[in-house]
Design a protein around this ligand. Structure first.
Ligand code: MCA
Ligand code: AMP
Length: 491
């Protein structure tokens, strides 16, 4: 699989960006030009890591597919990341070349200079001297996505061409993607949800992707009313925002929007638990029965409610065909008892290859060939229900996985902070929101706004605490470890 772009209908629009449309053959030609340009005198990039800082745009597709076609490993960076976070992504993967578009090109230049990375615009790398492309085996590395976890710094999740193909085809088959589909893409393009579930499935199936650089609820609703989309995929926070928006409108304005979502062939929710109240409110407003599914950066999608059949509120359904899922007890035994909980473990072609340059973390995340997700579930009447995570240090806010340890590590450097504990607290909009409990140094004061200003360049704004409580002492157990569950009561 060099470049998973549909070739069945070359004149069909693959991408729509504002008033501009790009057909499959136009996209393919740009990919070929970019792949030729980035290869320069080489015949194969041989898994060179090429990073790029590009928002949702035709250029994003050109670069991602161009790197794949030329035999490189694509590293899509988060356009909202702070410089210190980008530096970690670039140094931990020893990136030597980075591609960007304005305005990110100028923003990233000082960091590239500091790290001796060659920075290019997309335009500079488009060549009209089209070259033959290398033959790539399916087990070649193709993509690195950074994900937070129980360690303080994000890890690079490496997937191969074979993994990516399996992740795409699993969803294309299960959710009946076809070239008649049209979907809006507003999710960030440095995570599996945006990259695989929306963009790659659509381009594989020959569908049309309507690009939005940022979620714009009003524009989205206006396009929906025009009948632009028949498919919609989002995180629960976005459904909450849509519900709030619909409820803020007068009945005559809201009605066509509700009808437009109701007329789509599928609305999917994932990346975090969809509360039953949101599932029901969406159904009540639009008539759509949300399809909730469960996935993870390391495994793509694993569990899904059925496309045809009963979609159960509060449940994530059953394993996709080709994905083997087993619950395991704390002593690593398969859970056989009905309704007993256990950790979700996965075997599948969709499961990633390794954490980049981190064999210990890779080894620790597998047991007897099973990838251990750290998520706890039960099976009730044939449907999986996610009960939570084995680690309190992982926070899911608006679909982003955040590491409490990473946030604590960064904030501890603040001169007013003597001790800190970061945790996720229940929040209607974000699912969980980041909360911090702080012990101050003597004579110091602190509030959220000063903390926010201090964090600029160090931490992305969506990782910042939305709530801050100051206490004289953190509760600790006999081992000296902070007892975080006790702190939840403070919020
Ligand atoms: C934005 N803000 C947030 C978040 N997003 N705060 C907490 N959590 C968030 N997720 C803050 C910003 O820092 C900013 O704060 C303020 O909200 C407004 O920012 P803005 O960007 O305008 O917000 P938005 O456009 O409304 O963004 C909300 C969002 C976004 C659209 C829900 O968070 C998003 O796209 N989430 C999806 C993430 C995703 O795709 N996850 C998939 C990974 P201030 O004003 O103070 O600066 S999981 C995955 O891929 C697996 C495989 C799976 O299962 O899918
Ligand atoms: P990430 O590592 O960012 O890919 O996030 C993956 C994590 O998101 C999983 O390990 C789960 O904890 C969570 N997740 C994804 N989908 C769901 C869902 N439908 N319900 C509950 N949690 C989910």
């Amino acid at each position: 699989m060099h470049s998973p772009l549909s070739r069945s209908n070359p004149d069909k629009p693959a991408l729509v960006d504002g008033h501009d449309q790009y057909t499959y053959s136009q996209v393919d030609l740009e990919v070929q030009r970019f792949a030729s340009g980035i290869l320069a005198n080489a015949e194969d990039l041989n898994e060179e890591r090429i990073a790029f800082l590009i928002p949702a745009s035709p250029e994003y597709v050109t670069v991602m597919h161009g790197i794949w076609r030329a035999g490189g490993i694509a590293i899509p960076l988060n356009t909202a990341s702070a410089e210190a976070e980008l530096e970690h992504c670039l140094t931990s993967t020893s990136v030597k070349r980075l591609v960007a578009v304005a305005p990110f090109l100028e923003r990233i230049r000082p960091l590239c200079d500091k790290l001796a990375i060659v920075l290019s615009s997309v335009a500079e790398l488009l060549s009209d001297n089209l070259k033959p492309m290398p033959e790539l085996s399916a087990d070649r590395r193709a993509l690195i996505i950074f994900t937070s976890g129980t360690t303080s710094l994000p890890k690079g999740v490496v997937t191969t061409h074979k993994n990516i193909k399996a992740q795409i085809t699993t969803l294309v088959d299960a959710w009946a993607w076809s070239e008649n589909d049209a979907i809006p893409l507003f999710l960030p393009l440095h995570h599996v949800h945006g990259i695989i579930n929306v963009l790659s499935c659509a381009l594989w199936a020959g569908a049309t992707v309507h690009l939005m650089q940022k979620l714009d609820i009003e524009k989205l609703c206006a396009e929906a009313v025009k009948g632009t989309y028949n498919l919609f995929m989002a995180v629960p926070t976005i459904y909450v925002k849509l519900i709030d928006h619909l409820e803020s409108l007068d009945a005559a304005t809201a009605q066509p929007i509700k009808a437009a979502f109701g007329a789509m062939r599928l609305n999917v929710s994932g990346s975090a638990a969809c509360p039953v109240a949101i599932f029901e409110a969406w159904q009540q407003l639009t008539g759509q029965v949300l399809l909730e599914r469960y996935g993870m950066t390391e495994i793509g999608m694993a569990l899904s409610n059925p496309y045809v059949g009963e979609r159960r509120a509060g449940y994530v359904g059953q394993p996709f065909p080709g994905v083997t899922v087993q619950l395991f007890s704390e002593d690593h035994q398969p859970v056989t008892e009905a309704s007993a909980s256990g950790e979700i473990r996965i075997k599948s072609d969709t499961v990633f290859l390794e954490y980049w340059n981190n064999p210990k973390a890779t080894m620790d995340s597998f047991r007897d060939g099973w990838f251990c997700t750290g998520d706890i579930a039960v099976i009730e009447e044939g449907y999986f229900r996610i009960m939570g995570r084995s680690s309190i240090d992982i926070i899911k806010s608006g679909g982003y996985k955040l590491s409490a340890l990473e946030i604590e590590g960064k904030l501890l450097a603040h001169p007013a902070i003597a001790e800190i504990a970061v945790l996720g607290v229940e929040d209607r909009t974000w699912g969980e929101s980041v909360a911090a409990v702080v012990v101050l140094r003597e004579g110091q004061t602190l509030d959220i706004d000063t903390l926010k200003t201090w964090c600029e360049g160090k931490l992305s704004s969506y990782k910042l605490p939305k709530k801050l409580v100051i206490i004289p002492e953190l509760p600790r157990n006999a081992m000296g470890k902070v007892v975080k569950p006790k702190l939840k009561a403070l919020f």
